[in-house]
Structure formats: structure tokens, C-alpha cells
Design a binder for this molecule. Structure first.
Ligand code: TRP
Ligand code: SF4
Length: 328
């Protein structure tokens, strides 16, 4: 039986961190064997909010592909590509814009939320309002059945379904209505105990060297009640301990817990141990990153391979679309 197709994208707004790794990337990696996966770098979507200074997007595109390859996304198993390299996304976006009612976009809860949250940016643009139309084009272009995303993206998938339905109603049944596949995302806190996010400057990046890791871990917030080593600590409220649970062996986790509560281990030592285990966990990713940094033609080849596969499907879809609409 043919594998079901899924499509998902990530905006290249900066380096990927542990939250991305244990969320979307782990999920995508696992899907590679069971689904026909189309994963792309949504660089045009990055421009919707970063239009004032888009100069870093090119570099972020490359870095994102390096991160993807380093964590084990495979250009052979999946179709890994860059949105802006497939011009059909722009054409389909334009055509879908003709039939998308503006109130659908104005009602979009993610839209309203972002305009408030990113108050420092002027998001009263046509492009930002049209964000979900471009996302709909990304998804239905490949006639995806599923869209693996976090909960914040569910409204966008819902708008995609509505746009697909409206297209089919006017011009005949061309597009399946895609389903969101909710990605389970463990909540990873950053160095300061807020949600890990590059905009909070509290993130640990896949590209951090073991030295960076040690430095960052040493600044992590611990049990705030624990002022001195002689004070007993509470590991259950300490993010360093949460990291131990992810990166240290069970026996270490148990002894840390006991020794923290009985004030036998100090936070400095506890952090050093965790940083070491985190570095060990990230070592294969870090090494692969170094390899790709040193072999840029491999990265370019991976992107071109994915672009070619995506472009073939996209060209086919656009032919169908133009025919259905009787404009070609
Ligand atoms: N909006 C998504 C995000 O910010 C990125 C994205 C763009 C996307 N196009 C997509 C996700 C298509 C899934 C499918 O995370
Ligand atoms: Fe957290 Fe470790 Fe310090 Fe306990 S000893 S408070 S677990 S850093």
C-alpha cells in the first residue's frame, strides 16, 4: 500500500534548539519510515514578519538544512526542500488568494495573537494577513493527507481545509482536505525557566559546542530556595533535574535526586554532570553538523535533490489547477 503523504514546514528564523529537537524534529524523523514526507524550509513565511531585514534568511536556510541533516532527516527517505525554490508555491498562493474571503483571515486566532505578541513589528501588512493562504498552498500543493504540527498551527490547517473545500466547490474535486496530525511536544524550559525559545535568549542550540553547553548550563536557574550547598534542594522544581531525566542514566537520576534532597551534592557539580551527559547526547549531532559545515556541496546537493522531487509534484499540481480553473 502506498504511504500516506504528509507535509510540514519550519520558518528559518534562527538556529534550532533542544525544544525543536525533542518536538518537531524527533517527530518528523520518526515519520520518515511510515509516511511519504515532504518537509520544507518556509523562507517566504519567515519574510512575513522579518521583511524589514531579510538579510539573514539565506544563511538561516542553510543552517536549518544542516540541522535537519545532522539530526537524521534523510534526503533519500523524505523530500527536504526550500519553499522559495519552488515558484509554484507563489502561483498557487496567488490563485488561492482569489477565492479566500478576507474575514476568514481576520478571524484567524493565530493572526490576532501574533499581531499582539510581536507588537514591536508592524504586522499590518497584506503578506502577514495572507500567511495562512501561503500555508494552504504549501500543503495542498502536495495533496497531503496529514500535516504534522503543534497545536498553535491547528487553526492554519483548518483554514487550509476550508480553502481546499472552496476550491473543489468552484472548480471540481482537485484537493483532498488535509488533517492536522498533532505533534506531541514535551515542554522544554530554557536556562531561565521560561519556555525555551530563541527570542528569550534562553535556548540551547544544536549548534552549541560542548564549551557553550557547559557555560550555558552553569547559568541555569535551579531550586531558588537552595542558597547554599548545605541547604537541602527540591529536584522536582529544578530544570537541571528535568534535563538529567532526559540525558542521564536512570541510576544517576536517582542518586542526584537523593543527594540533592539530602544536600550531599552541590548545584555546580550537579550541573557539570548534566552538561557532560547533554554534550554526549548531542555529540553525534554536533559531529554531523561539523561535517556538513566542512562539506557545503553535500548540503547544496541535498537541497537540490529535494527541490527536484518537490518541483515535479508541484508542476503537476499547477497544471491540474490551471485546467480545473480553465485558465490554461
Ligand atoms: N506556519 C508554520 C509555523 O510557523 C510553518 C509552515 C509554513 C507550515 N507552511 C507550512 C507548517 C505548511 C505546516 C505546513 O510553524
Ligand atoms: Fe537542581 Fe541539581 Fe541543584 Fe538539586 S543539586 S537544585 S537538582 S541543580
Amino acid at each position: 500500500m502506498a504511504k500516506k503523504r504528509v507535509v510540514s514546514g519550519m520558518r528559518p528564523t534562527g538556529p534550532l534548539h533542544l525544544g525543536n529537537l525533542h518536538g518537531a524534529l524527533a517527530n518528523w524523523k520518526e515519520m520518515q519510515d511510515t509516511y511519504d514526507c515532504f518537509f520544507f524550509i518556509a523562507d517566504w513565511h519567515a519574510l512575513t514578519s522579518d521583511y524589514e531585514d531579510p538579510s539573514r534568511v539565506l544563511e538561516y536556510n542553510r543552517q536549518m538544512m544542516i540541522d535537519w541533516l545532522a539530526v537524521g532527516l534523510s534526503p533519500e527517505k523524505s523530500t527536504l526542500f526550500v519553499q522559495s525554490h519552488i515558484k509554484e508555491h507563489a502561483e498557487l498562493y496567488l490563485l488561492l488568494g482569489m477565492l479566500t474571503p478576507v474575514p476568514w483571515l481576520e478571524r484567524n486566532p493565530t493572526y490576532k495573537d501574533q499581531v499582539v505578541q510581536l507588537a514591536e513589528k508592524d504586522l499590518s501588512t497584506y503578506g502577514f494577513l495572507g500567511y495562512p493562504v501561503l500555508q494552504a498552498a504549501d500543503i495542498i500543493m502536495y495533496k497531503a493527507h496529514g500535516v504534522p504540527v503543534g497545536i498553535d498551527q491547528v487553526p492554519h490547517v483548518e483554514i487550509t481545509r476550508e480553502i481546499a473545500r472552496r476550491f473543489n466547490y468552484f472548480y471540481g474535486s482537485v484537493f483532498p482536505e488535509p488533517q492536522a496530525i498533532l505533534t506531541p511536544t514535551p515542554k522544554i524550559l530554557g536556562l531561565d525557566n521560561r519556555k525555551m525559545s530563541k527570542s528569550y535568549q534562553n535556548a540551547i542550540f544544536l549548534s552549541d559546542s560542548p564549551d557553550d553547553l557547559a557555560k550555558k548550563v552553569s547559568t541555569m536557574v535551579t531550586d531558588p530556595q537552595r542558597q547554599r550547598k548545605s541547604d537541602p534542594g527540591d529536584p522536582t522544581i529544578c530544570n537541571v533535574f528535568s534535563f538529567h531525566k532526559m540525558y542521564s542514566e536512570q541510576s544517576v537520576v536517582e542518586s542526584i535526586s537523593a543527594e540533592c534532597k539530602s544536600a550531599q551534592i552541590g548545584c555546580v557539580q550537579c550541573k557539570k554532570l548534566m552538561a557532560k551527559n547533554l554534550a554526549d547526547f548531542l555529540a553525534p549531532v554536533y559531529e554531523k553538523r561539523l561535517y556538513f559545515e566542512q562539506h557545503p556541496t553535500d548540503v547544496t546537493a541535498a537541497i537540490e535533490h529535494g527541490d527536484t522531487k518537490a518541483r515535479a509534484v508541484a508542476a503537476q499540481t499547477l497544471e491540474e489547477v490551471r485546467k480545473a480553473m480553465k485558465i490554461a
